[in-house]
Design a binder for this molecule. Sequence first.
Ligand code: GLU
Length: 489
Amino acid sequence: MKKSINIEKEIRLRFPPSPTGPLHIGNARTILFNYLFAKKYGGKAVLRIEDTDKERSELKFVNEIIDELKWLGINWDEGPDIGGDFGPYKQSQRLDIYKEYLEKLLIQKNAYHCFCSPEDLEAKRQDQQSRGLAPKYDGTCRNLSDKIVENNLAQQKKSVIRFHIENKKIKFKDLVRGEVEFDMGLVGDIVIAKNFMEPLYNFAVVVDDFLMKISHVVRGEDHISNTPKQIMLQEALGFNDLIYAHLPLLLNSDKSKMSKRAGDVSVSDYHKNGYLPEALINFMVLLGWNPGTEKDIFTLDQLIKEFSIEKVQKSGAVFNLQKLDYLNGYYIREKSLSSLTKLCLPYLSGFDTDKFSAKNLEKIIEAYKTRMKKLSDIAELTGFFFEDKLVYDKKMLAWKEMGDREVIVSLETAVKVLSSAKVWDKKNLEDLLVSQAEKFNDKNRGYFLWPLRVALSGKDSSASPFEIAEILGQEKTLLRIQDAIASLT
Ligand code: GLU
């Protein structure tokens, strides 16, 4: 049984990143699903920076998250950078608001000051564990008299604010998982604020989701156990219901849970390594959603039309880097040559790219476009074009069992053929060189074309010698072949 999407009320979704690190690909996926949901139903998206953790939140991460979302092509209707009717949109600027609601919960006796020390709590936890019980707060401070509380507060005894979790079952309908039920008898009273000015996550989001008129909460399944706590807080504060959708967990290829802190998992890492935003969007949406057909290429615009939350899977979504490379290769090949060249240039900053005209730089990119998995591959693939002198590996210059002498003869023949070339373009060079290759050794062109290609590129795998020669121009081409010959003598 699934709860209907309920598109009668205004659709408002939230992007709630915590700026305690770079934008994690899992969080970016969640934001993408929120974005698609909002767009599909003509709703609004709100960017809310969840920076209540003062020690771990940093402004540089706020800026980085905003930049990376923009780079991905995801935008929002309200947020700290653009304002809106329900701001401020940074939790650190909403402390007075939270204080009001904390006071309300305390007055209503839904929340209370707890003076248990960390040492007491740890001792209780160990005791419960030794008796085979699941650890939970035992409610020691729940029924302290007003007088004791006042006295303790007056003496500035260290305390936190806890919310009373009633012993009951909480059921909610999730757009992905159907009906979900939690037995709250297993959960102890939760800390909702360290003090009036330091609210914690579960409490702050409940207040914000209400005041920002959020209608749907789409988030990772790692938050599913927070949902019943948040529902209880909503009930205590008289807030309306929200509709939830919990997205499947991200799994490594060995099906282990993908840790937030593991290596290359931030959007900015992928960005720097030369993945295109189109590829990342396409990749992320397939982490939990598919249209039920063979189709796997989707642009953001197509997704806005085709996405539906009902098609989100419940089972974990395996993070498959080969799929990302495949998609990136696809979007690289889709780029026009001039825009792909512009995108590649920063990755060639270690080389003197001024050695080539704009036209020839485009030719270099064209020759390698299909070999690139990511933009950063371009340096390794094409760096040899920009070198003044290549370093040759004698063995590499030889095709099969050719000896040095034969390689030299082969390369000297190439010099002769190429010196007399009248038209220097790849078509004509190919005609000349292939007919020479056939004369040279009609069984196998490799005896002629292999040493030449290695002489021009210094590599055992590269574009064809005709393409490389055209781009290098006659003079450099002949020089490189002479250098290769010299390396053998
Ligand atoms: N700031 C929380 C996070 O980044 C948001 C969780 C939620 O969607 O409620 O995990």
